[in-house]
Design a binder for this molecule. Structure first.
Ligand code: SF4
Length: 212
């Protein structure tokens, strides 16, 4: 499989925020979001066998692993097999996916963190909304918000698919584009019971630093 980078850092997002976590960033992405902060993952990477990758993951001595990208599910066969092996080895596995690729086949013990791309990303028409019916209660849905229009659009999606009752919902202000305080104020004003999701690794290490 083709991997862009592997590193140990602090989980910056999701309800696992703040925990030490091993990140496996897969190479390649089928989308081109306007605010993408990992464009290097489109093409950079190296080939590694499942065996070698698991050995590397085990060497960190941390139990939480996130498979991310790019879009990891464009290498679905390899990623699904990797997740199965990690779960057998009792790792807690998170997988981040961009919402445009079929998520069926992922081990139900893994936690899926799925984006729903808003209009501000330029990619909202690529969403695969049938994925919503395959998510489990513990899975998380993330909206990245660039402006008030994205926020209102996301609210409509949340209510029309009854997501508040089905999954954990995260809303992130697009870093450097929308001030977190504005999004926080909108959420509070609407009494919207979702989680404000800041990419805390960017606040800790700065937005440009890779491998964190
Ligand atoms: S899905 Fe993620 S990696 Fe792909 S273009 Fe969008 S932000 Fe970048």
């Amino acid at each position: 499989m083709r991997v862009c980078e592997i590193f140990l850092s602090i989980q910056g997002e999701s309800s696992f925020v703040g925990l030490p976590c091993i990140f496996v960033r897969m190479t390649g992405c089928n989308l081109r979001c306007s605010y993408c902060d990992t464009t290097y993952a489109y093409t950079e990477g190296f080939y590694i066998s499942e065996e070698e990758l698991i050995e590397k993951i085990e060497s960190y001595g941390v139990n939480l692993v996130e498979i991310t990208g790019g879009e990891p599910l464009i290498q679905a066969k390899e990623v699904i097999s990797l997740i199965d092996r990690l779960i057998k080895k009792r790792f807690k596995v998170l997988i981040e996916t961009n919402g445009s690729v079929d998520i069926q086949g992922i081990n139900p013990q893994a936690i899926i963190i799925m984006d729903i791309k808003t209009p501000g990303s330029g990619m909202h028409e690529k969403m695969h909304f049938t994925n919503l019916k395959h998510l489990k209660k513990d899975d998380e849905i993330k909206f990245i918000i660039t402006d008030k229009k994205d926020y209102e659009w996301s609210k409509e999606i949340i209510f029309s698919f009854d997501l508040l009752n089905k999954n954990k919902i995260l809303m992130s202000p697009a870093y450097g584009i929308l001030r977190p305080q504005l999004l926080a104020d909108w959420i509070i004003k609407d009494r919207l019971f979702i989680r404000l999701n800041l990419q805390i690794h960017k606040y800790i290490y700065g937005p440009e630093k890779r491998g964190v």
